[in-house]
Structure formats: C-alpha cells, structure tokens
Design a protein around this ligand. Structure first.
Ligand code: IPM
Ligand code: MG
Length: 360
C-alpha cells in the first residue's frame, strides 16, 4: 500500500535537516519495502515569498490528501516585520488547525552519550524520559475574540480569549491517558485551576475521563509549580498533559533539560492518527545554509511518523537505534559537540545514521 508523505521543508535550516531525514527514510523504504512516496510543498516564509501567504491553497490540498506530513521549521528575520496574519508562524498554526492535529506529543529524552550537555546536574537528569502531551488546536492560541482595539480614552488594548469546550478537553485527555498506558502509567495534568475558570473545567473533565483509565495514576499540578518541578526533579514525571499555551512553555523547558534541543522530535496527531511530524527546535536562521545544523531531531521525527501514523514499530525502532549507534560512534554536530568527539556536518550526520542502519 502506498503511504503518501507531504514534505514541507519550510525556512531557515528546514531544507537541510529535512533532506537528511528523507535520505534515511529513502534508505529504509528500499530496505523494508515500506511503500513511502514523497511530495514536496511550500510553507511559512518560503510559501509567502512565492504565493504571498504562508499556507497556500496548493499546500492545503497537498497535506489534506497525504497520510502524514514531515515539516522542517518556519520563520526568520526576513519575515518578522510582516503583518501577523501572513507571518510564517501562521502557516504552521493554519496547518495544525486545518487538519485538527489536536494532540501534540513532545518527548524529552536524555541520551546518555549527551548527559554532559544538560545545564542541570547529571543525577537530576540522567535517564530522563518524559512525554508532554500538549493540546494544539484550541485554547488561547485560537480563542475568539482577539485583537488590539482602541478604547474610548484613546488608549490601545490587546486582548485574547482562553477557551476550552468539554469535548476538546476530553479528546486530549483520552489521548494522554492512552499514551500513559503504553509508558509508566502516570499522568500529570497541568492547569491553573486556582485562578482560571477555563482550566478549572479542564481539571474536572480530565478527572472524569480518568475514571475510564483506573490503571493510570492521575495527578494534577498548577502550571507555576510544574515549571519549578520540571527543573527541580524532572524524573517525577512520566506523561504531562496540558493546554496549548502551557504546553508551549513547558515543552521548551523540558527540551532544555536534555541540553540538546537539536535532538528532540515531535508528533501532532488528529483523531485518526494522521500526523504532522517536526523537530521541536526552530528554523535557526543564524546557522541556515551553513550545513552545520543537527538533523537528528528531524530524523527522529521521521521515526515517530513510522510509529504513530504507519504503526510500523520495527522501522521506527531501527531509526532510533541507528541514531543511538551514530552517537556511540562519537560523531557530533556543533550543537552537541564536546571535546574528543568528531565534529560533523549536517549531511555527514545523516550519513552516519545510514551507515549505522547498514551495519545492524
Ligand atoms: C512551537 C512554536 C510555535 C508555537 C510557534 C512557532 C507558532 O513555538 O511549536 O512550540 O507557539 O506553537
Ligand atoms: Mg514553542
């Protein structure tokens, strides 16, 4: 069966890192007869430059007919002064919303080979493996009304709306409980129920949903405390489920615990496991075009695609093992380089993963 993958390299280092992930997928495609077919499209600033919009009709059509999407990154200084409605980030938000990719999985895993890269003490982060499940298509990111208005007194006022319906909370809760079930069966729901009514409802609905998952231990935490606990004792967490904005913030903190944001993949899934897969780091315009970016987060995103959309655990595990082997072989891109290691370029890192695949 043919599996259609829409490839959206985007901006900055996007094209360089996506090329390496495609190289790895291509190799596996021939080796395991996966039936993957790729079609490229434009998103973000790259799309704006051609079509005057960051999420053009052509790309909407492409992603709708695809089974999965592999995305690089969007944004850069070139487009920062554009109106917010056509900025590259709007392309990404449009894609999430258009496909209803409400469940965003952001794992934070510390590779033992990179333990020295974390700014936290080794004992605090060693063998860290946590998963943040971020609600991705609702909350304050999409709530109406929103805008900047002029008050009668002549002063401007900015406003956004935090809103969640019960069904939106329930579906992300189910998603998180099901993931917790496949891990260590502990789920922490993060909210601000002591202040925000919207998240008071969040807590209520998550608790109610939890009754169907008596095998998963559910706890609740306020977001301010969660941000503190993440840097104090991150290993207390297995799976965290939270709102769009809190998830945006906490997932950056969690990523930094591992010291290497260049290593972390993500998946954004709809109700049928159709998904968009992207590294969690951004477009890194400062190093774009230099061939030094770390492609491993994108390669690991491709592994998540094989796992979550195509249910091919074997192929996913092969990629993850190959990444591990490449690290064991001491090759490092600049972002994860340390003394005594071999510094390699973006494409050399891709080659190291393929070479590890051929050796297994
Ligand atoms: C992320 C990013 C995006 C977000 C931006 C680029 C719109 O920070 O994926 O975490 O805020 O969701
Ligand atoms: Mg973010």
């Amino acid at each position: 069966m043919t599996k259609k993958i829409a490839v959206l390299p985007g901006d900055g280092i996007g094209p360089e890192i996506v090329a390496e992930a495609i190289k790895v997928l291509d190799w596996l495609n021939s080796d395991m007869n996966l039936g993957l077919v790729f079609e490229n499209g434009l998103i973000g600033g790259a799309a704006y430059d051609v079509y005057g919009t960051p999420f053009p009709e052509q790309t909407i059509a492409l992603v709708k007919q695809a089974d999965a999407i592999l995305l690089g990154a969007v944004g850069g200084p070139k487009w920062e002064s554009l109106d917010i409605s056509v900025r590259p980030e709007k392309g990404l938000l449009g894609l999430r919303s258009e496909l209803q990719l409400f469940s965003n999985l952001r794992p934070a895993i510390l590779y033992p080979q990179l333990a020295g890269a974390s700014t936290l003490k080794p004992e605090v982060v060693s063998s860290l493996d946590l998963m943040i499940v971020r609600e991705l298509t609702g909350g304050i990111y999409f709530g109406q009304p929103r805008g900047i208005r002029l008050l009668d007194n002549g002063e401007r006022q900015g406003f956004n709306t935090l809103v969640y319906s019960e069904s939106e909370i329930r579906r992300i809760a189910h998603s998180a409980f099901q993931i917790a079930r496949k891990r260590n069966r502990r789920l922490c729901s993060v909210d601000k129920a002591n202040v925000l009514e919207c998240t008071e409802l969040w807590r209520e609905v998550v608790t109610e949903t939890g009754k169907q998952y008596s095998d998963v231990q559910l706890s609740h935490m306020y977001v301010d405390n969660a941000s503190m606990q993440l840097v104090r004792a991150p290993k207390q967490f297995d799976v965290i489920v939270t709102t769009n904005l809190f998830g945006d913030i906490l997932s950056d903190t969690a990523a930094m615990l591992t010291g290497s944001i260049g290593m972390l993949p993500s998946a954004s899934l709809d109700a049928n496991s159709k998904g968009m897969y992207e590294p969690i780091h951004g477009s890194a315009p400062d190093i774009a075009g230099k061939g030094i970016a770390n492609p491993l987060a994108t390669i690991l995103s491709a592994a998540m695609m094989l796992h979550y959309t195509f249910n091919d655990i074997e192929a996913a595990v092969r990629i993850k093992q190959a990444v591990n082997d490449a690290l064991d072989a001491s090759v490092r891109t600049a972002d994860i380089y340390s003394e005594g290691m071999q510094k390699v370029s973006t494409s050399q890192m891709g080659n190291a993963v393929i070479s590890a695949l051929t050796k297994r």
